[in-house]
Write a protein that binds this ligand. Structure first.
Ligand SMILES: [Zn+2]
Length: 462
């Protein structure tokens, strides 16, 4: 996943406001666990044989030991997920899920200042692929579960920790497999996972994002047809590559109309902007121009949160350097807003193509509609109270995740799922955004300590 929306004015407020004892043995254990998870290199390239999440599942099983009941599930060789449960005392009480994933996206060493799989602790931060997406949360949730289990805590409703494989591809060997084959073992009434808890600052009080919705995904393959011929006689040729270049240009420059959704309204209201700025951000005609005037990365976030986006990402075609290509394929990543359909994606692409439309066919590779959970639920109130006890005065701001997470599969099975954690403003928002699937991914130890405390206290208060 990639970050959702945030706005930032000053650095360091959250870290200073929060009271956290970094010398606790539990903090060191969480750091060591995160380092081990990073060093296991559970890199998910999307192939069946990738991931090797068995390594991280086994590290977690060893870490949890006999403090809680654990079970592992192998969706395919090497694709292991782990589930840990603390049984509640009241079968009628709502259950709470802590949903993590154990895989990471690839990392190119050349772009990094540190070894992406070294898990080094440098100046109060743990470096490595997965440090913010989301092995950090996996480690914090596991540490909280171990403490809860070791102290003999008995919740009212079940508390279930799910460390799923294969989140970074299509969840075929992770969340989807678990929900289809072992639904009762993993499904809870409420689910908390990645995608939220990032510091937002517009006004005097600290604000953290509370992710209530994921954008939908549509992956498409466009095929542009031409006529094969000898490259030495190009005059009058119908060259599919030349046409494809024009198709890509049109997709890139096509302007889609903005949509002001409920979750966008909630974000703007929650951020506490000046009335004039808020009004501008809620008006289709001015949302982008007003967003551009704000500090931080508001414009990119505002664009993604108010638009169906259509992004060409891969192209392939041609058979020889001296042959005019007959066919070129362009892969496109489109992301939909709540309520938008396949028909709307197709018609935006047709509009973009214009008179080239008859020369292009569309194949749908993968499609997921948006999912969202209601803003105000009992878990929201509890999370808010617990967070305020840790970081006084914090507001939770409803947010839309512009990519997708495993939350959407759990929502499809009836859970109310949210993205949250506590992350300090240890780097600038621009740096933070660039770390998702990017180089130099790292997390400060203070955030790890705060989030571990959050999960433990939440379980005790739920
Ligand atoms: Zn993730």
């Amino acid at each position: 996943m990639i970050p959702n929306i945030y706005y930032h004015r000053r650095r360091g407020d959250l870290g200073v406001l929060a009271e956290v004892e970094l010398s606790q043995p539990r903090v060191a254990e969480t750091v060591e666990l995160l380092q081990a998870l990073i060093r296991n290199r559970c890199v998910n390239t999307g192939e069946r044989s990738a991931g090797h999440e068995v390594r991280n599942a086994d590290v977690l099983a060893q870490f949890l030991g006999s403090t809680v009941d654990t079970q592992v599930y192998d969706a395919a060789p090497g694709r292991r997920s782990l589930v840990a449960r603390i049984e509640g005392s009241d079968p009628a009480a709502p259950s709470l899920g802590l949903l993590a994933h154990t895989d990471v996206v690839p990392a190119d060493d050349q772009d990094w200042l540190r070894d992406p799989f070294g898990g080094e602790l440098v100046d109060g931060a743990v470096w490595g692929r997965g440090a913010i997406d989301m092995l950090n949360m996996t480690a914090c949730m596991a540490a909280a579960m171990r403490t809860l289990g070791a102290t003999g805590f008995r919740p009212r409703g079940d508390i279930v920790f799910v460390a799923a494989a294969d989140e970074e591809a299509r969840a075929e060997f992770g969340a989807r497999y678990l929900l289809e084959r072992h639904r009762d073992d993993v499904l809870t009434d409420y689910v908390l996972t990645e995608g939220g808890g990032w510091p937002l600052t517009a006004g005097p009080r600290p604000k953290l994002s509370w992710a209530t919705a994921d954008k939908g995904t549509a992956w498409l393959r466009l095929r542009v047809r031409g006529r094969a011929g000898h490259a030495a006689m190009p005059y009058g040729a119908d060259n599919a590559l030349v046409k494809a270049a024009e198709v890509v240009r049109r997709l890139h420059t096509h302007r889609v109309s903005p949509v002001i959704s409920d979750v966008w309204r909630g974000w703007v209201a929650g951020m506490g902007f000046d009335a004039e700025v808020a009004a501008g951000l809620l008006d289709e005609r001015s949302v982008l121009s007003v967003a551009r005037e704000q500090t931080g990365d508001v414009a990119a976030a505002a664009h993604a949160c108010t638009h169906l986006t259509i992004t060409p990402t891969m192209a392939r075609g041609g058979v020889a350097i001296n042959a005019i290509p007959e066919c070129v394929e362009i892969d496109v990543d489109a992301r939909t807003l709540p309520g938008q359909t396949r028909g709307e994606v197709a018609s935006e692409i047709r509009n973009a193509l214009g008179e080239l439309d008859p020369e292009v066919t569309i194949e749908w590779l993968h499609e997921l509609s948006t999912t969202q959970s209601p803003l105000s639920t009992p878990v929201f109130d509890t999370v808010k109270d617990v967070t305020r006890a840790i970081v006084p005065g914090t507001e939770l701001v409803p947010s839309l995740i512009t990519a997708s997470t495993d939350a959407e599969y759990f929502r499809r099975h009836g859970a109310k799922a949210y993205g949250f954690s506590i992350t300090t403003d240890y780097v600038s928002p621009t740096e933070f955004a660039a770390m998702f699937h990017g180089p130099n991914e790292r997390i400060d130890v203070r955030s790890l300590a705060l989030s571990t405390t959050l999960w433990e206290r939440l379980a005790r208060s739920f």
